[in-house]
Design a protein around this ligand. Structure first.
Ligand SMILES: *Cc1c(COP(=O)(O)O)cnc(C)c1O
Length: 232
């Protein structure tokens, strides 16, 4: 069943790409497997998925050794500085860098492991109090500061749009972040690659693709409802 849902979401990703004149290969579908057991993740893996997203370090640590080594694990949840050590070297991309302090910790640990860690800056476009992330007007200054860290490589931006009934309500949010993304990209900041725009979830990933997302993070649409309503 999860395999079938995965294929369905994949076709919807493809259709949204076609509608908006984009290549399907420009958009990566991340299967968000938080709270779901390894056996279920394995089914989606067998259906062809290689990119999975987790929002808790503890869960990532448990699943990482239990599943195939060619999985690309995306850290999409708020990350505490004291957990950075566990994530560096395991996550292919940290989507949720929401402070310079966190980036500094990633820098320290990446230097220690002699690696460079790819990250996205999380932007709280809608200025929701319940959410982490930089406000849009503070993002450029933070980006320039983080760009100075040699073992951290900014690859783009991420946002979690508000929970809405109608995905269209988030179109302006996605459009705003895309515009900012293009603007920063044109500035060619040293040590920054503005290539990844991670936005869109089960309820609104098609609108996000139409507005320029290069990564969408889909949980419920593939794995079904989660038992716990966790804070994201
Ligand atoms: C849980 C989560 C998702 C997936 O949400 P769904 O609505 O289940 O698709 C995407 N992004 C983040 C950061 C999440 O925590």
């Amino acid at each position: 069943m999860v395999a079938q849902r995965y294929h369905e979401i994949q076709s919807r990703v493809k259709a949204a790409c076609e509608r908006s004149g984009r290549n399907a290969s420009d958009v990566t579908l991340i299967s968000v497997s938080k709270t779901k057991p390894a056996e279920l993740i394995r089914e989606v893996y067998d259906a062809g998925a290689r990119d999975f997203g987790e929002n808790k370090v503890q869960e990532l640590m448990e699943k990482y050794p239990a599943l195939p080594a060619d999985i690309q694990w995306h850290m999409i949840g708020h990350l505490q500085t004291n957990k950075v050590r566990q994530v560096v070297g395991k996550a292919c991309l940290i989507h949720s860098v929401d402070s310079v302090k966190l980036a500094r910790e990633i820098e320290k640990e990446s230097a220690r492991q002699n690696t460079v860690t790819p990250v996205l800056l999380e932007v709280n476009v809608a200025r929701e109090e319940s959410k982490f992330g930089f406000f849009l007007e503070n993002t450029e200054a933070a980006l320039k500061e983080i760009a100075e860290f040699p073992h951290v490589r900014i690859q783009g931006l991420m946002t979690i749009a508000p929970f809405v009934e109608n995905a269209e309500e988030n179109r302006q949010i996605f459009r705003k972040l895309y515009q900012f993304f293009i603007d920063i990209k044109s500035k060619n900041v040293d040590n920054v690659n503005m290539n990844v725009l991670s936005m869109g979830m089960t309820g609104d990933f098609e609108v996000a693709i139409e507005e320029g997302a290069t990564m969408v993070r889909v949980g419920t649409g593939i794995f079904g409802e989660r038992q716990i309503r966790e804070n994201v």
